[in-house]
Design a protein around this ligand. Structure first.
Ligand code: NDP
Length: 329
């Protein structure tokens, strides 16, 4: 069994030296436990925060111990809680080839329903984040103009498409390359721009001449500032992530125009997907339906091999992914 440990805490941008590939014995299951041969694991931006030794909504990763996170694999040993060898399960112990999982923490999935990777993305945590943030937190209404940053990523690409499918009037996305912008247009975004091509505020104004009603923030910084500037009276922002500052060593310079929230009577609301589990069933039904009907598409960027997991994580932070970033183990 090979697994990735956190060797040291990154200062600013993580480097390969912060991670260590460690070989251990394949575990044996105790009562209530199963052993899972992981096939796919998720790398996610929130993991960067867990590499810091600070108190947050999830505890920090421990040094010299395996990292963890969403993963899917087959049960190879143990039988408990209705889970048995041969079953495909979703659980929280990625970053290792073999995981010793409490059966309570494993959810059985039907591998015939959808490609298993969908449960880590479009039908999983990132999909629910998009769905809950847009429809519950920001309460998007038909006809509204929606702006989403990080739009070509796992969450962002779902936000834009769900917005259109739920009747948004105009959907605008920003992303980090011309190829991503082209993909957003193909996914049905009404407008998209590369944030490297000029100030976000200027590009957003051009893309949203009538202003923005809902902003889904994955990036923070100048994107949030631009959105506040472009938002209409009573606009709502779902504050989902601020990836522009996850590796920052200095406090962010933007947004500098926060006072506009008063006159425009804006709502800026942070949220965690974990508080929206009650929407899961409705979300899966609706999104699985759109997938079946061919009305919604999703991208995945798959990196091979546990030894490549740190590089995949770094690639995610650098924007090398289109859609959901996954590691095949
Ligand atoms: P993505 O698939 O969107 O991958 C991250 C993307 O961020 C990269 O592809 C890159 O794309 C973009 N990015 C990186 N640095 C910058 C930067 N400085 N400025 C602008 N864009 C940047 O990841 P996810 O979909 O998994 O997550 C998206 C956001 O949602 C993150 O902020 C994450 O923390 C947050 N999140 C929050 C949750 C919650 O419960 N609140 C749950 C899940 C995710 P590009 O090429 O466009 O730069």
């Amino acid at each position: 069994n090979r697994e990735i440990h956190l060797a040291s805490r990154p200062q600013g941008w993580p480097t390969a030296e912060n991670f260590r590939l460690v070989t251990t014995e394949v575990p044996t299951p105790g009562p209530g436990q199963v052993v899972v041969r992981n096939r796919f694991m998720s790398v996610d931006p929130y993991m960067r925060g867990r590499m810091n030794d600070v108190k947050s909504y999830v505890p920090p990763f421990a040094l010299d111990a395996p990292l963890d996170g969403g993963a899917i694999g087959e049960v190879v040993a143990g039988e408990a809680g209705g889970v048995k060898p041969g079953d495909t399960v979703l659980h929280g112990l990625g970053w290792r080839e073999y995981a010793l999982v409490d059966a309570k923490g494993a959810r059985k999935i039907d591998p015939d329903l959808a490609p298993v990777t969908a449960h880590l993305g479009v039908l999983g945590m990132t999909g629910l984040t998009a769905y809950a943030g847009l429809l519950d937190v920001a309460a998007m209404k038909p006809g509204e103009t929606v702006f989403v940053s990080g739009a070509a990523g796992a969450v962002g690409s779902m936000v834009g498409q769900i917005a259109k499918l739920r009747g948004a009037g105009r959907v605008i996305g920003s992303a980090g390359s011309a190829a991503k912008v082209e993909r957003l247009t193909a996914l049905g975004f009404d407008a998209a721009f590369d944030y490297h091509d000029g100030p976000v505020s200027k590009q957003l104004r051009a893309a949203a001449p009538d202003g923005v009603d809902v902003y889904f923030d994955n990036v923070g910084g100048d994107h949030l500032e631009a959105a506040i500037g472009a938002m209409n009276v009573h606009g709502r922002a779902a504050i989902c992530g601020m990836i522009a500052q996850y590796n920052a060593t200095e406090p962010p310079a933007a947004p500098r125009n926060l006072a506009l929230v008063i006159g425009k009577r804006l709502t800026l609301r942070g949220f965690l997907v974990s508080d929206h589990g009650h929407l899961r069933e409705q979300f899966v039904q609706e999104v699985a339906g759109w997938l079946r009907e061919g009305r919604l598409s999703y991208d995945e960027t798959i990196v091979d091999g546990i030894e490549q997991a740190p590089e995949a994580f770094l690639g995610l932070l650098r924007g090398e992914n289109l859609g959901k970033m996954l590691v095949r183990l």
